[in-house]
Write a protein that binds this ligand. Structure first.
Ligand code: BES
Ligand code: MN
Ligand code: ZN
Length: 473
């Protein structure tokens, strides 16, 4: 897709507010044919013998219009243009009250770009239409401002699509070694330092909890560290840690077949970190950010770790394995400790497809957030809201930590079903170095959708790439 600022040509478009439907022949016709009312996301196309055609785009009630509504409306427009295999469209927007021009351009461009994503590389026959050219004009601001908004949307979507591709790839394609190679090949050309540690180095560092999870697989683990220095005058650095289970069978606490089928997306947190790093470099964000991924597979073999095992960790705490399917928190415990201690990050955010309980609590619409630092979470929440990515805070109450107490070791890796999202988070918190500011996002429900939702596709969503980029810019 090409999106051009202040150019013209192609299908003409008309935006329609539900509470301000104008009187004209196009609207009369659309109302009679399909009861078109200008509701958010409604789109209608008029073919034409002479011109390229005309399209109506519903934006809902004028006073409810925000950036997320624009994303959705123009996503639907993009999908309809693709369905009719149309090559070019022209969008001219009037000034929109209370909205900033650059962000309007960004949201419209994002909506169009979102409509192009599809993971169909393994289908022998693909169904893509022609590449669409979007000519976008905003009466509210000049060409440069529109172009800047378009550029930001393109940069963000490059990261989101990279994340989606990584998560949608099955586990026979993306495993620790190939995930590390993808991170390197995507990020190093942009000036990000990518360091890949193999098994021996991981052992030398002392990440025994991470290594325990990896034992059942012939595909050996990788520790991936990505360093972006966009603010060289500052020493302050944020660590971003992504759960990197390239496959989670549950191990000896084996998952039922139905739950196992899509567990190749258990590296969604890792995918999000890689996509975010790409956008930080492309947008030259002014921040120092270090990404950390402990990548491995949770499988069964004669060498695998077992329920009842007592293992070591990088932080020096011993861990009783209550359930081998609670593997993510073991890898994250070592990874957040490594980020906050060895890598000396000043604060850390982790993203993880961590608990099924999170999907029970918040469904597929909200990620769960837990923190030891309300100010840090407030920053993350503002960044998420601007991105249209919903998060909801769960209580960090130390009563839940009692569920993780073990009689045989310093801590155990499962606190049971009750409050499972919270006890999982508090397990990770116990491994922070010096109790540094920390935000945990459980993306078990939001990272991968059973069916398409608003402008997000079925399968991997790339959720929180935009949140993180907003946090750092
Ligand atoms: N990767 C899963 C969590 C998950 C489930 C993510 C469904 C996305 C969709 C995680 O490793 C897991 O298995 N968690 C267990 C923890 C339990 C054993 C304490 C769970 O939620 O059942
Ligand atoms: Mn698991
Ligand atoms: Zn898992």
């Amino acid at each position: 897709m090409r999106i051009l600022a202040n150019s013209s040509g192609g299908v003409t478009t008309e935006i329609v507010f539900q509470d301000q439907v104008p009187e004209n022949s196009h609207l009369d016709y659309a109302r009679n044919q399909v009861d078109f009312q200008g509701k958010l996301g409604e789109v209608f196309f008029f073919p034409s013998l002479e011109g390229a055609g005309h399209m109506l785009i519903g934006l809902g009630p004028a006073e409810e219009l925000g950036y997320n509504e624009l994303r959705e409306a123009f996503f639907n427009a993009g999908q309809l243009l693709d369905k009719y295999r149309l090559p070019e469209v022209e969008v001219i927007l009037p000034a929109l009250a209370d909205l900033e021009g650059k962000k309007v351009a960004e949201a419209v461009a994002e909506g169009f770009l979102q409509s192009t994503y599809c993971f169909d590389k393994y289908l022998t026959e693909q169904t893509k239409g022609p590449e669409l050219t979007v000519n976008l004009t905003l009466q509210q601001v000049d060409t440069d401002t529109v172009a800047a908004g378009i550029k930001r949307a393109e940069d963000l979507m490059a990261g989101v699509f990279l994340t989606r591709d990584l998560c949608n790839e099955p586990a026979n394609v993306i495993y620790p070694e190939t995930l590390a190679a993808k991170a390197k090949e995507s990020l190093e050309p942009l000036g990000i330092k990518v360091t890949i540690h193999e098994e021996e180095e991981i052992r030398d560092i002392g990440m025994h909890a991470f290594l325990s999870v990896s034992l059942g697989s012939q595909k050996r683990p990788r520790l991936i560290v990505m360093e972006y220095k966009g603010d060289p005058d500052s020493n302050f650095c944020t660590g971003v840690v992504g759960k990197g289970l390239t496959y989670d069978s549950g191990g000896y606490s084996l998952k039922p077949s139905d739950s196992m089928k899509t567990m190749y997306f258990d590296m969604a947190g890792a995918g999000t970190v890689i996509g975010m790093m790409l956008v930080l470099a492309r947008t030259k964000a002014k921040a120092n950010v270090t990404g950390v991924i402990a990548a491995c597979e949770n499988l069964i073999s004669g060498g695998a770790y077992k329920p009842g095992d007592i293992i070591q960790s990088l932080a020096g705490k011993t861990i009783e394995i209550a359930n081998s399917d609670a593997e993510g928190r073991l890898t994250l415990a070592d990874a957040v400790h490594y980020a906050t201690n060895q890598l000396a990050c000043d604060r850390v955010i982790d993203l993880a497809t961590l608990t099924g309980a999170c999907m029970i609590a918040l469904g597929q619409e909200y990620s769960a957030a837990i923190t030891n630092c309300p100010e840090f979470l407030a920053e993350v929440s503002a960044a998420a809201a601007a991105a249209g990515e919903r998060i909801w805070e769960l209580p960090n109450d130390k009563d839940f930590a009692k569920n993780n107490e073990s009689k045989l070791a310093d801590i155990k890796n499962s606190g049971g079903r009750m409050g499972g999202t919270i006890s999982a988070a508090l397990f990770i918190e116990a491994f922070l170095h010096q109790e540094k500011p920390w935000v945990h996002l459980d993306i078990a429900g939001t990272a991968f959708l059973d069916k398409a939702q608003h402008y997000l596709p079925a399968g991997a969503t790339g959720v929180h790439v935009k949140t993180l980029v907003n946090l750092f810019s």
